[in-house]
Design a protein around this ligand. Structure first.
Ligand SMILES: Cc1ncc(COP(=O)(O)O)c(C=O)c1O
Length: 413
């Protein structure tokens, strides 16, 4: 079924880690929503830069420094193309999306929000898109407002205009890391802009999984993180409208983010380097560039088609096997969801399930998934989350179903 959209066997061969065993069983990796595995193309690109041309970027005039600088900047261009940005200068590298959102919170938001202003977030946000706003709210007297969920785990926009009334920012995820829900960003952005609010999109669970076009979304800020999209940890970034990046004050001060420094003060560098203080994660940025090449070669449309068919297969198999004993917290309609499947197995704690499942070589996450406000809405402390990606196939889903059955039998005794 999924072979029609991606050649999964060929993809699996690119991921050395998938050849290993755990507890004598084939490794079945179903935790890509937390962090994806890395193909040999990414590992090679990072290895190559350290072996053949490593030097600091934007500092040396010698050949290998220029080679590394060119590769680092080429990675920025690849990301810009992937996101539909008009220019590579609209991409700021950060260490992850958490830092990208904090960059907006510390720079743009502190320059623009004051007591009495409101920020609208949603009940399905990751802590990375909640806590920076809590910190700001406590410091500035800013109000946080929450878009609730429908019974089908989508955003309930019936009171959206009221929530946006007087708001300066809508901070919303493109896709939930717990429910799998994919949000209609254009509708949200249009409503926010009509109310005079800016729109920040958490793209952590979107950019790896389906085509993203920041201009079609009409967003103002979009964050992403490389380690969830086949790239290394330690690198991520922010896309923002160029005029916003121009007017935003620097976030971190130090080397390379300046044009001039005197005893009296400093002049900031141009965008985007104004926001890239100190030595950046150089090999990681180049690894991200290789990950973007890999994903682009697969085609994000094909990635989405593969995940849709595999998600349907997984939802059907789980429902057939467990029926009402397994609660799936997320939409059933695969048109509005991705391959992140959160489950509560009747009467068994998520951590107990994950431990038994691990004995079968199956990696799932048992956690609040850094979404504690959402856990309260779902009225559970944690869920078991299986998340699908380009290297997963029906055999992986079958292994999950069998492992969950073992957990159910184990705890029934
Ligand atoms: C939706 C979402 N936003 C933000 C993050 C934070 O990503 P990072 O830890 O790479 O900053 C995650 C990671 O789980 C996520 O799923």
């Amino acid at each position: 079924m999924s072979a029609a959209t991606l050649d999964v066997a060929r993809i699996q061969a690119d991921f050395p880690i998938l050849k290993r065993q755990v507890h004598g069983k084939r490794l079945v990796y179903l935790d890509s929503a937390s962090s994806s595995q890395k193909p040999i193309q990414v590992l090679d690109a990072m290895d190559r830069v350290y072996r053949e041309s490593y030097a600091n970027v934007h500092r040396g005039v010698y050949t290998i420094a220029e080679e590394t600088t060119a590769a680092y900047e080429a990675a920025r261009g690849k990301v810009a193309k992937l996101l539909g940005a008009a220019s590579a200068k609209e991409i700021v590298f950060t260490k992850n999306i958490t830092e990208a959102i904090n960059l907006v919170a510390y720079s743009w938001a502190r320059a623009n929000l004051r007591a009495g202003d409101a920020i609208v977030v949603t009940e399905m946000e990751h802590h990375a898109n909640v806590v920076p706003w809590h910190i700001l709210a406590a410091e500035r007297g800013v109000e946080l407002r929450w878009i609730p969920l429908t019974p089908d785990y989508q955003l309930d926009t019936t009171k959206l205009d009221d929530l946006l009334d007087g708001a300066k920012l809508l901070a919303v995820t493109a896709a939930s890391n717990v429910l799998g829900t994919i949000n209609d960003l254009r509708q949200l952005a249009d409503a926010a802009h009509a109310a005079g609010a800016r729109v920040l999109v958490d793209g952590a669970q979107a950019v790896p999984h389906f085509p993203v076009d920041v201009q079609a979304w009409d967003a103002d800020f979009v964050g992403f993180t490389a380690h969830k999209m086949l790239g290394p940890s330690g690198i991520g970034g922010l896309w923002a409208r160029p005029e916003l990046l121009e007017e935003m004050p620097p976030f971190l001060g130090g080397g390379e983010m300046i044009r001039e420094v005197t005893k009296e003060g400093f002049l900031p560098n141009e965008v985007p380097w104004k926001f890239e203080a100190g030595t950046m994660p150089i090999a990681e940025a180049i690894g991200l560039g290789a990950a973007v090449d890999y994903l682009s070669a697969l085609g994000l449309d094909a990635v989405r088609a593969h995940e849709k068919s595999l998600t349907k297969y997984a939802l059907d198999r789980l429902t057939d096997r467990f029926g009402d004993r397994l609660r799936i917290d997320g939409p059933r309609d695969i048109e509005v969801r991705g391959g992140t499947i959160s489950m509560v197995l009747e009467g068994i704690h998520a951590h107990d399930v994950a431990q038994v499942v691990d004995e079968e070589g199956v990696c799932v996450r048992a956690s609040h998934h850094c979404a504690k406000p959402l856990m309260r809405v779902l009225e559970v402390p944690a869920t078991v989350r299986a998340s699908l990606y380009v290297y997963n196939d029906e055999a992986d889903v079958d292994a999950l179903v069998e492992a969950l059955s073992k957990a159910e039998q184990f705890f029934a005794i």
